[in-house]
Write a protein that binds this ligand. Sequence first.
Ligand code: SIN
Length: 486
Amino acid sequence: MKCKYDVVIIGAGVAGLHTALSLDDDTDVLVLAKDYAWECNTFYAQGGVAVAVDEEDIPYHIKDTLNAGAGLCDEGAVDILCHEGPVVIKEFIEHGFKFDKDRDGNLLYTKEAAHSRNRILHAGGDATGRHIHQFLMDKLKFPILYNTQVTDLLIENGVCYGVRVYHNNEIFNIYAKKVVIASGGVGSLYEYHTNARTISADMQGICLMRNIELRDMEMMQFHPTVFVQSSAVRKQLLSESLRGEGAKVIDEDGKRFLFDYDDRGELSPRNIVSQAIFDYQLKTNKKVFLDLSNFEEGFFMKRFPSIYFNMTNMGYNVPFDLVPISPAFHYAMGGIKSDFFGRVPSVSSLYTVGESANTRVHGANRLASNSLLEGLVFSKRVALDIKLTLKEKKKKVEFDEVEPSLINKIDKNLKNELRDLMWNCAGIKREEKKLKKALNRVEDMLKLSIGKLLRLRLLSSREIIKSALNRKESLGAHYIEKGEKI
Ligand code: SIN
């Protein structure tokens, strides 16, 4: 197998595939997918792509993003997202992508929480991510190596030379002039999550092993409306756009209790809705539901076909039945620190983009549907920087091809214990006592004879917990109940 490329991209979601699409055709690129290419968060994204509807809307998109981000956003990053977003979307449409339109051919924009106007484009109703993924896969002009687990980054003296991988029962190195981490977030660390099963914080763990800085790792976003009562690993998301288009959150007595927490009710920012549901359930012990009865059945089937299909398969007669909901882990705002061209500051030739990256574009709480846009906008910048620097000379360095055992016998039970620990002790609501308990247990697990993949999960978990312990006040997704201290 060929083991030298110009660019290796780790991850085949929107950020990875759009980086590939934005590179020149004669660049020698390899995309690595941990599983099938579609087993990524992009594929399961429902709501859509938030983008300013016209020039006048750009400042409002910026304002909404900054407000949701609760003071932790980097204004430069937000400026790039909201100004370059419309340009990238226009190009995407010119490339042939089809967002949903009305009968007269006008783009349809929906509303989601904390957006001051309807600015969410969607495709296939609630299958925006799947359509984007399919489109990017169709356009991909480079090979993908499937079922490939990255086990390490090849770094010497602050320069990245490639990756070590496990593929087809073999460990080997793939050398590249540039390496792009576009591997997504950390979903599998948590008991309840909406993420693809491949998303398990491996690259974040490798970065920690290699002393590469992660930032804002306490900022973990919980989606408020998830159907968690199934045995599936990935829980069924009930898109924000349902609430944007009128669905209500009620308790078992029909009370719309969200208004007790925030005047914006169902349309409050995501962190506020999630925290309110969690708190209300804890305090009242009442069940919480999503009431979809505002929708007419024919419209619902057409506008939300995936949710209709999946919930019907699980025995719910939607939109008539109330659907029990709970918050669940959804998105990591924290990630590998990078600049606005995806460059990792401490390691040259290494980039990160999409959910794995932290440019602070989302601050302490991501505004709904800003993540697909982030993937599109920042991947184009990564590709631009690669194009400008690809010809730079690099030393030839050889690395050995050994790895400790990736999986050990005891790992499975510990992995399950970790999910439970993270959900209960480093989840929506944080308390010092529980975070310390989780930290101690994670440190203990790290001392056991475990495989490398579990070690990577544990290192990422430890970083989340430590970051949560370091932030003493509630901010955005980092929620400490009043009166409790960290
Ligand atoms: C959703 O459809 O609710 C998810 C959108 C997002 O995560 O931004």
